[in-house]
Design a protein around this ligand. Structure first.
Ligand code: THU
Length: 134
């Protein structure tokens, strides 16, 4: 699947955003290491804090289906461009250290980033490798 096709999937997912409170629509689509495609939209809850961003909806769908590596993720939202929030950046970092992150305004208007661009000097799984097991 090429960038344009993945962005199209994110735009389709964005239409399914459940956003009765913010009215801010976000869609995400990702390709996994095993070449599967998962999509997600943001989902808001009346008590607010359970709200889930589009990126994490897509990522958690992938992880729970057994695909644990993000190769590419495309994000589209109502602000042009819409960048992933800090929490989503950390989640992308967990499963997509080498991911290509596409921030798109449309299928033909997008830019590509790495996780180091969006979350420099990040903390990740490797930091825990030498933790003392006590
Ligand atoms: N939102 C996302 O879905 N992804 C982001 O990375 C930025 C924020 C959602 C959460 C909430 O439903 C709405 O946008 C407004 O913050």
């Amino acid at each position: 699947m090429n960038n344009k096709e993945l962005i199209k999937k994110a735009l389709d997912a964005k239409k399914r955003a459940y956003v009765p409170y913010s009215h801010f629509h976000v869609g995400a689509a990702l390709i996994t290491g095993d070449d599967k495609v998962y999509t997600g939209c943001n989902i808001e809850i009346a008590s607010y804090s359970p709200t889930l961003c589009a990126e994490r909806t897509a990522i958690f769908k992938a992880i729970s289906e057994g695909s644990t590596e993000i190769k590419t993720i495309a994000v589209v939202g109502d602000s042009n461009p819409t960048f992933p929030c800090g929490v989503c950046r950390q989640v992308i970092r967990e499963f997509g250290k080498n991911a290509k992150i596409i921030i798109a305004n449309s299928e033909d208007d997008y830019k590509e980033y790495t996780i180091d661009d969006l979350l420099p000097h990040s903390f990740g799984p490797e930091d825990l490798d030498n933790a003392k097991k006590d």
